[in-house]
Design a protein around this ligand. Structure first.
Ligand code: 5GP
Ligand code: MN
Length: 324
């Protein structure tokens, strides 16, 4: 492992760790797992996320300490699960921009924006990279760390079902369970649970699903969300569900937000395709098989523009495959 990374951590005393806006299980899990570890190393730690912790991650030890806007001064900032600086949101305040920044991430679209970068696109989750870092630092894993890190792994692999679920992932999960993490509790809290309002929202969004070539897409309007009684912009995994359609190679969900001024776009693909590059070209990012972007504009206009770009990209990928 890069000695610059280890040195930054070893020398730091007051650390600010930040995960991405609109946090998922890997964002919160890697943030808390690293937070517990840094405290065990005797450091002063502040954990931050610009958006609130979603209710179903509130079983995680330490989540109540996560602040939305950090206060005070630090000697190191650590970015977790962010492919670019913008993903840090308002938690990365102006006065922290001059501090050393350690970028820990697993997105293939990572911009290497840190003073030091611990980026592994082969890793299934950022939590997995944090685990390897703690191993390298020789830090024993306690049950709270284990529970947080395994949550990141389980949610980003959707319960070890993704193509990223390698033998290394399972070996790390094994060690985290041996250190006290509960796999059944994590699965039940994260993968097997959603608000009834989310199921009602799916009920509204599913009839509108349309197949365009090998792309299955649907949209969620702000009116649907209000009707279902939801305030968050996530789709509760609807895009993953769409991709289970036999006819689909790629699934897309368009979610209207900010009073119709922006659209959150979520892409998923079956192995063999790449949706990371389309997301990157729209100002977002992600992985080959799971990516996203926030695009300015109205729902219908953004949808047509993005579907055209995606069709073009898939056609180019098909051509490239035929040529090799
Ligand atoms: P999801 O569809 O679950 O929101 O996101 C899928 C993947 O794409 C995640 O790894 C997430 O970090 C990334 N992603 C989603 N939205 C954005 C975005 O607006 N910007 C960037 N850089 N990545 C995003
Ligand atoms: Mn992640």
């Amino acid at each position: 492992m890069d000695t610059a990374v280890l040195d930054l951590i070893r020398r730091s005393r007051r650390v600010l760790a930040i995960c991405h806006v609109g946090p998922d299980g890997d964002a919160i899990g890697s943030l808390l797992g690293l937070g517990w570890a840094l405290k065990a190393m005797g450091k002063e730690v502040t954990l931050a996320c610009a958006d609130p912790v979603p209710p179903f991650y509130r079983y995680l030890p330490g989540q109540g300490e996560i602040v939305r806007r950090p206060e005070g001064m630090f000697d190191l900032v650590i970015s977790l699960d962010c492919s670019d600086k913008e993903r840090l949101g308002d938690a990365y305040r102006e006065e922290y921009h001059a501090l050393p920044l350690l970028n820990i991430d697993h997105h293939v679209t990572n911009q290497y924006f840190g003073t030091a970068n611990l980026v592994d696109p082969e890793a299934a989750s950022t939590a997995e990279i944090v685990f390897l870092l703690l191993d390298e630092l020789g830090l024993p894993i306690d049950p709270p760390m284990a529970q947080c890190l395994l949550t990141g792994i389980v949610t980003d692999t959707r319960g070890f079902r993704t193509a990223s679920s390698t033998p290394r992932v399972l070996a790390i999960a094994n060690r985290l369970m041996a250190a006290g993490a509960s796999l059944p509790e994590i699965v039940s809290r994260t993968l097997e649970r959603r608000p009834l309002a989310m199921i009602r929202l799916w009920g509204q969004a599913l009839p509108g699903a349309q197949l365009r070539g090998k792309i299955l897409w649907t949209e969620i309007t702000e009116a649907m969300r209000a009707e279902a009684g939801l305030t968050t912009v996530d789709d509760g995994g609807l895009v993953n569900f769409l991709l289970t359609a036999e006819e689909a190679e790629v699934a897309v969900v368009f979610s209207e937000k900010n009073g119709g001024q922006e659209v959150e776009v979520s892409f998923r693909a079956r192995p063999g395709w790449d949706v990371a590059q389309v997301a990157l070209s729209l100002g977002g990012g992600g992985h080959m098989l799971a990516s996203g972007a926030t695009v300015r504009g109205g729902l219908a206009e953004v949808r047509e523009r993005v579907l055209a770009l995606l069709e073009e990209s898939l056609a180019a990928q098909e051509r490239a495959r035929r040529e090799t």
